[in-house]
Design a protein around this ligand. Structure first.
Ligand code: TRP
Length: 345
């Protein structure tokens, strides 16, 4: 391991993945890998200890994680890159231990202000608001600070959590008067770094004002990566549009059509401007739907074929070798922190 700047990113790997996850998160991750694997160290990790904050099935969690990682590999995550590490959070116990320490330097009020905590606790059906949900951002800070990651490209929904990691690192460095933690760059800088275009949020095909999500009781609005390609194409044909009658890229007034244009641009990897230029002003919604449906069908057919060819042995080997190396890095960092707070000589 050389001293390269570190990019750290979380891989969501529980539950079924949707076309929205693919276009909005997996493809950008593959692009990040292709662009930076030579010049940076990239830590891609599965925040599996974070997965209990929403209801899950504990019986198949372990296998689900392995399964969903295969989707990432099918999408282009390369298991043979030396500068890329893929590991599971719970396999490196320093994440939990550092969380335990950081908890004492994080205030109740700070965590109470987290909008994701408020939103998620409001959505809970049984009103059991766990300490795990409350403490989620501290574990996330530990994920980042253990490795000294400068680059943590996260979406808007994770902005406050990144801020907390920054604040904790600064607080610690000041209190103990040393440069113990690397302070991750600001959210604005992270955004500049990945140059995120704004079209990456894929919406439900039936309720285009909501994000495409498997949790919405909205099977026709959602395309799963495991959907039968013909059925998926039909979902596109039946997507909700509007009564304007002319194709425009307009999120406010024509969210359904806009969503289809976004999907098309991302699927065929062409600039959105070009797609808009091709379709803007045309009157036939069905023509656009057919074009998108065809691309979705081609994409899913190829993707599912690749998925079947993924070799589980190489995936496990990659996980285990990354975990072996990262455990060492994380344990050493934890030891320094334990020394600083007075737990070690
Ligand atoms: N909270 C992140 C999400 O929901 C996942 C995550 C956990 C993460 N720990 C992280 C992302 C550390 C970046 C860095 O997407």
């Amino acid at each position: 391991m050389e001293n390269k700047d570190i990019i750290l990113t979380g891989i969501r790997a529980n539950g079924e993945l949707t076309l929205g996850n693919y276009l909005g998160a997996i493809v950008p991750m593959v692009k990040l890998q292709n662009k930076y694997a030579n010049s940076h160290q990239i830590n891609m990790f599965v925040p599996d200890l974070h997965s209990f904050t929403t209801p899950i099935n504990h019986n198949d969690l372990y296998l689900k994680i392995i399964d969903s990682l295969k989707f990432y590999v099918a999408a282009g995550i390369d298991l043979n890159l030396d500068n890329v590490y893929i590991y599971r959070q719970s396999f490196i116990s320093a994440h939990s231990e550092l969380t335990c320490i950081l908890n004492n330097f994080t205030s109740y009020g700070e965590l109470l202000r987290m909008t994701q905590f408020k939103e998620k606790s409001d959505q809970l059906k049984d009103n059991f608001i766990s300490a795990g949900l409350f403490d989620y951002p501290v574990l996330m800070a530990a994920d980042i600070l253990l490795y000294g990651a400068l680059w943590v490209p996260v979406g808007d929904d994770q902005r406050q959590h990144l801020e907390l990691a920054r604040n904790l690192s600064i607080r610690f460095n000041n209190k103990f008067n040393q440069r113990l933690f690397v302070v991750p760059n600001t959210w604005e800088k992270q955004q500049e770094f990945i140059g995120r275009n704004n079209g990456a949020r894929i919406m439900s095909l039936k309720n285009p004002n909501n994000k495409m999500s498997k949790s919405l009781s909205d099977p026709n609005g959602t395309i799963l990566l495991t959907d039968n390609p013909e059925n998926a194409a039909t979902k596109i044909i039946n997507a909700t549009t509007d009564s304007v009658g002319i194709i425009n890229y307009n999120i406010e007034n024509q969210p359904g059509i806009t969503n289809l244009l976004d999907i098309l641009a991302l699927l065929i990897d062409e600039p959105l401007e070009k797609i808009i230029k091709n379709w803007q002003g045309k009157k036939s919604y069905i023509e656009l739907k057919k074009a998108v449906a065809d691309e979705v069908k081609i994409f899913l057919t190829n993707f599912q074929k690749k998925l079947l060819e993924i070799d589980e042995t190489s995936l496990m080997r990659k996980l285990e070798s990354s975990e072996y190396l990262m455990r060492d890095v994380a344990t050493q960092r934890l030891y320094k922190i334990q020394q600083v707070v007075g737990l070690r000589p």
